[in-house]
Design a binder for this molecule. Structure first.
Ligand code: RIB
Ligand code: CA
Length: 327
């Protein structure tokens, strides 16, 4: 596998996605870049450092990215993720030992050196800036997996829009346009599949029995998120979007979908909507692979078997996680 950069806006589900990525031996993470989304890019970087500290990986560099969307006024999601961006867990601050480069400088320098895949878990502002300046570097990105958008599922910040693409719709549009021009596809892990991934109190309790330390960390950062889901959507549990994008990147069979050309609406009441031309009306070459099916059970096996450790430090095997068969 090529090296990987994770661009994110931690954010509770971003933190769980980082936890999964950092617990996956297949991944060589070259760096983490943050972007303003759930919380501002600088607060997101502080939160990414907290996850790196939790997982014993302080050597991975974190780079602060764009603090505002390309054009739109910045709207955060602290109502969902808490004032600190990690569910008001207010975990101890981790000293900032990261290099001074910005996310954009790091992305450009890293891609000039070698091919690197990217998982984007927040608004696509950093990537849009990069592609506008250096469209030639797109050829050095084997895979771009983006948590965002939605094909047929209703939106989560408007009737039709998913937050990452709503927060900075121009950035999302620019990224899909550049990939169309390059004849490449962005792998869109949208709400059609992520809505199926619900961390429930039962699963949290099971997680904590298997690995008290990791369970306590996950509980600390998700309690606020669960309360939000109950108040907002009457859900018992919380939709954890971003970890599915990481699981899919590592194990593509965990989701299925189709290739399509898509455009992103940038203005008006449909701002941020992904217009997926699944029937080919516009006769354009696909610039996306839209994921539409997944298995919550298979995801939870994947997630639990990687982030949870036994007392002796070894991981739980699939056959030892049979409670997940209830899913
Ligand atoms: O719409 C869900 C996405 O927006 C997730 O990535 C969440 O962390 C927020 O960034
Ligand atoms: Ca995110």
């Amino acid at each position: 596998m090529p090296k990987l950069i994770i661009d994110c806006d931690p954010g509770i589900d971003d933190a769980l996605a980082l936890l999964l990525a950092l617990s996956s031996p297949e991944l060589e993470i070259a760096g983490i870049t943050t972007v303003s989304g759930n919380v501002s890019a600088d607060l997101g970087a502080a939160n990414a450092r907290k996850v790196l500290h939790q997982t014993g990986r302080p050597e991975i560099p974190v780079f602060v990215g764009e603090m505002t969307p390309l054009l739109k006024d910045y709207t955060d999601a602290r109502d969902t993720h808490g004032r600190d961006g990690l569910g008001e867990s207010f975990l101890p601050e981790v000293p900032d030992a990261s290099p001074r480069e910005s996310a954009a400088e790091f992305l450009e320098q890293a891609l000039e050196q070698e091919e690197i895949s990217i998982i984007a878990l927040g608004p696509m502002t950093n990537l849009a800036r990069l592609f506008e300046k250096r469209p030639d570097l797109i050829s050095r990105i084997p895979r771009l997996v983006s948590m965002g958008g939605s094909f047929k599922s209703h939106g989560n910040c408007s009737p039709v829009a998913e937050y990452n693409y709503w927060c900075d719709p121009e950035a999302a549009r620019i990224c899909y346009e550049h990939f169309a021009a390059a004849g490449k596809k962005i792998e869109m892990v949208g709400l059609d599949v992520t809505r199926r991934i619900v961390l429930t109190p039962n699963l949290l309790s099971y997680m904590t029995r298997l690995d008290p330390e990791t369970g306590a960390f996950v509980r600390k950062i998700t309690e606020f998120y669960m309360d939000f889901h109950w108040k907002q959507e009457g859900i018992i549990g919380c939709v954890i979007n971003d970890p599915l994008a990481v699981a899919y990147y590592i194990e593509p069979s965990i989701c299925s979908g189709f290739d399509s050309y898509l455009e992103v609406e940038t203005d008006g009441i449909c701002r941020g909507q992904t217009i997926v031309d699944s029937m080919g009306f516009w006769n354009r070459r696909p610039n996306s692979h839209v994921l539409t099916e997944t298995s919550a059970r298979e995801f939870m096996y994947f997630f639990f078997s990687r982030i949870l450790k036994k007392a002796n430090g070894t991981k739980w095997k699939r056959e030892e996680l049979s409670c997940l068969e209830q899913l």
